[in-house]
Ligand binder design. Structure first.
Ligand SMILES: NC(=O)c1ccc[n+]([C@@H]2O[C@H](COP(=O)([O-])OP(=O)(O)OC[C@H]3O[C@@H](n4cnc5c(N)ncnc54)[C@H](O)[C@@H]3O)[C@@H](O)[C@H]2O)c1
Length: 341
């Protein structure tokens, strides 16, 4: 069953109402060291226990999950307990995984506190942990009962995380909603988006996921910017300047917009409009030689055979998926899509 999505400016009372409807035997709030500031007052008001883990992607691990299961057992959590996950994508992925497996599944609620968490990670039912550096190597689809969105939580988010989180919002605007794209473009770079803009971006993801939950077709659209984006993210992970996911996606969307233009799929005027919106969000890094991205592009799990698969815009608000390009074809296009090629 799909989660209930609640956009609110009164988080505590909304959470109280959600929990009252679930009639839990006990309530636990999961947070990391940075989101404790939001989880602790909620827990105090709800008379609930706080479970805190260290912040950081390296803690989205089986060791952390095991520790949390032990803590839940020690606290006597039974099958009617509810876990409330207050944090970014690390916490909602981990908390969903912990809830989905504890006693074969206890109910959970997500309260995403990062922009990436709100617009992407907490929506769609994917949970997971990393294993030996492989992201989300183990996980399950496990829907929370509800996801509560409150942009007030974003005021404490580091600016770099906030700006990076806008990548997925822009992506949704470019793919499906010119008005969202225009509204995002009108914001200051580090401005927190209003709740209605967030809602629009979340609804676009939900609509696409509802049509194609298992990513056989339309859900692949959400990969716009991510074929090259993941390659940039992986490349820079091994440098002194690792990128945040959204920063890499902003680079990927810029390059893939140029790719769509050079393939004649996207009219030049529209492509230039998208480029203009994305340029202020490009991080100051030296783009690596295109060939250096090839090992990651060839490993991309979306590929078919030896071809590299892209989702590309064909208009503002419209896109295609499964555009397959042979590595040679892509390398030949590099000078047009890639500033330093
Ligand atoms: N399940 C999915 O569909 C999905 C989709 C996209 C990403 N993800 C996952 O999401 C994770 C990335 O999400 P993220 O960028 O939110 O990472 P994150 O949870 O690590 O948060 C980033 C940083 O911001 C801090 N933070 C979060 N909210 C804060 C707040 N309100 N105030 C102060 N600090 C705050 C965190 O402690 C952390 O240091 C990755 O693990 C990724 O795999 C999952």
């Amino acid at each position: 069953m799909a989660a209930q999505l609640v956009f609110t400016q009164t988080l505590l009372s909304e959470l109280q109402a959600q929990l009252a409807a679930l009639m839990p035997s006990s309530v636990f709030l999961l947070c990391d060291a940075n989101t404790r500031q939001h989880a602790a007052p909620l827990a105090a008001a709800l008379e609930a226990a706080v479970l805190e883990v260290p912040a950081g992607e390296e803690h989205k691990s089986i060791e952390t999950a095991y520790r949390l299961w032990k803590e839940l057992l020690a606290a006597g959590a039974d099958r009617q307990a509810v876990l409330v996950n207050v944090g970014g994508g690390m916490i909602t992925d981990l908390g969903g995984f912990v809830a989905g497996n504890y006693k074969r599944g206890i109910r959970c609620i997500h309260v995403p506190s990062s922009l990436l968490g709100q617009v992407d990670a907490a929506v769609g039912g994917k949970t997971g942990i990393n294993v030996q550096g492989v992201k989300n190597a183990v996980g399950l689809f496990y829907e929370p009962e509800a996801v509560l969105f409150d942009t007030a939580l974003l005021h404490t988010l580091p600016e770099r995380e906030l700006v990076s989180g806008k990548a997925e919002m822009f992506k949704h605007g470019i793919l499906a909603d010119p008005a969202l794209f225009d509204a995002l473009q009108a914001l200051e770079k580090a401005e927190i988006p209003a709740l209605d803009l967030l809602q629009r971006a979340v609804e676009i993801k939900c609509n696409i996921v509802a049509i194609d939950p298992s990513e056989q077709a339309e859900r692949k659209l959400l990969n716009f910017g991510h074929t090259l984006g993941h390659a940039f993210e992986s490349y820079f992970m091994y440098t002194e300047q690792p990128l945040l996911h959204g920063e890499a996606v902003f680079m990927g969307m810029l390059a893939e917009t140029r790719l769509a233009m050079s393939l004649g799929l996207l009219p030049a005027a529209t492509g230039e409009l998208i480029e203009k919106a994305l340029l202020p969000y490009q991080v100051e890094v030296h783009w690596p030689p295109f060939e250096a991205l090839m090992p990651w592009l060839l490993q991309d799990k979306k590929n078919r055979g030896a071809k590299i698969s892209f989702s590309l815009p064909i208009a503002l608000g419209d896109a295609i998926f499964d555009k397959q390009l042979a590595p040679d074809q892509l390398l030949a296009l590099a000078p047009q899509i890639y500033p330093s090629a």
